[in-house]
Design a protein around this ligand. Structure first.
Ligand SMILES: NC(=O)c1ccc[n+]([C@@H]2O[C@H](COP(=O)([O-])OP(=O)(O)OC[C@H]3O[C@@H](n4cnc5c(N)ncnc54)[C@H](OP(=O)(O)O)[C@@H]3O)[C@@H](O)[C@H]2O)c1
Length: 342
């Protein structure tokens, strides 16, 4: 029997724009040995997130990047292999919910960055999606940053992605009329048929502006903005007086190499913020890790009752992550992107 090794994906260059497979290298290192109070986990699922790209650097972000040569940071689901920690036993399923377990086969933990999950209760992929940081991000935006009111209209951009689909479904659970924005007819169909949204708008269609106007006849009361692109000024045209915007992400800007390209819509956006008395708030989910248990208590019953659709796109194999990850920024399937590595 061959000795197990720890394959790690390390960053070898800071990408320009969308990452390339050559920005990474897979190295093989010895499986680490847990010391006193430590746990050795074997990662089985790796979450692929826009945040990974931000941490590679050159991503139009204020977030400090990881060092070139470091193992890629990433959220995982894992199985405990060895434990010198009283709270964990071999065979336990855990979620590496702070991202330090990373893009690798094995990781050491002192127990503070992992928590036990029940594989019988929900699919393990849910702990990276609806019940992971992705779901937490949607939930924080809609419960801690803005306050939803039933019967009002919520618009969610990038609604077919991980965060967007969670936000749209939270809006439905809270009794709002929810409109999702996504690119292409397959994705808008998914929003209507699988997520049960009230309307879906295709931002890639030539009649996007007309579709949006038809979808929000009473205007927009709440906007969950994930994209930060040309869609945003158009949304501003429909915002109601005293309405609220949460900026959860700027997906379109992360890999952009020319942010000044295109029309300067800032004056019209500021005019709407001023005259319509809009509240606009951004947030960083890492500031809300202390709310994780409240989030789980709120959302888990809906997930377990099958009331939330957990779309997941799974790629197979740690070795395929460097080629699959860039799809995130060039168009891919619906839902949360996950790599199954064991
Ligand atoms: N605030 C926080 O702390 C926090 C935490 C986690 C994530 N985020 C942010 O949340 C956003 C969504 O993340 P996610 O995990 O849901 O990612 P995701 O699952 O990959 O979904 C992102 C969606 O964005 C759309 N998209 C990609 N490039 C685009 C472009 N150039 N223009 C318009 N749409 C584009 C894609 O949908 P279409 O095919 O429909 O375009 C895709 O479904 C990201 O901006 C991320 O950085 C923020």
């Amino acid at each position: 029997m061959s000795t197990p090794v720890n394959r790690q994906i390390i960053l070898t260059a800071r990408p320009e724009g969308n990452p390339k497979p050559t920005d990474f290298e897979i190295v093989e290192r010895p499986v680490p040995v847990p010391g006193d109070g430590q746990v050795l986990v074997r990662n089985t699922l790796v979450s692929l997130d826009p945040f990974n790209r931000i941490l590679m650097g050159n991503a139009n972000s204020d977030q400090p990047p990881i060092e070139v040569g470091d193992t890629m940071f990433g959220f995982t689901v894992a199985v405990v292999e060895q434990s010198n920690h009283p709270d964990f036993a071999p065979g336990d399923h855990v979620s590496g919910y702070l991202g330090t377990t990373g893009w690798q086969d094995y990781a050491l933990s002192d127990g503070s960055d992992i928590r036990t999950v029940d594989p019988e209760a929900a699919p393990l992929t849910a702990h990276l999606g609806l019940l992971g940081i992705t779901g937490l991000t949607a939930w924080v935006g809609l419960t801690k940053i803005i306050s939803l009111a039933p019967g009002k209209t919520l618009v969610v951009t990038a609604a077919a992605g991980g965060v967007g689909s969670a936000a749209a479904q939270i809006g439905k659970i809270r009794g709002l009329r929810v409109v999702g924005v996504a690119g292409g007819p397959d994705k808008t169909r998914h929003l209507l048929d699988d997520l049960g949204l009230d309307a879906a708008v295709d931002y890639k269609a030539p009649d996007f502006a007309e579709q949006l106007a038809r979808a929000v006849p009473d205007g927009i009361d709440f906007l969950y903005e994930n994209v930060g692109a040309t869609q945003f000024p158009l949304m501003m045209e429909h915002m109601n007086l005293n309405s609220q915007v949460v900026v959860g992400g700027v997906m379109s800007q992360i890999t952009s190499t020319n942010l000044t390209e295109g029309a300067n819509d800032l004056p019209q956006v500021l005019r709407k913020i001023f005259y319509r008395n809009l509240s606009v708030h951004g947030f960083d989910v890492t500031q809300f890790y202390g709310d994780y248990q409240e989030f789980l208590d709120d959302l888990t019953p809906h997930v377990l009752a099958g009331k939330m659709h957990s779309a997941t796109q799974v790629i197979e194999g740690l070795e395929n992550i460097p080629t699959a990850f860039p799809q995130m920024f060039t168009g891919r399937g619906v839902g949360k992107l996950v790599a199954k590595i064991a």
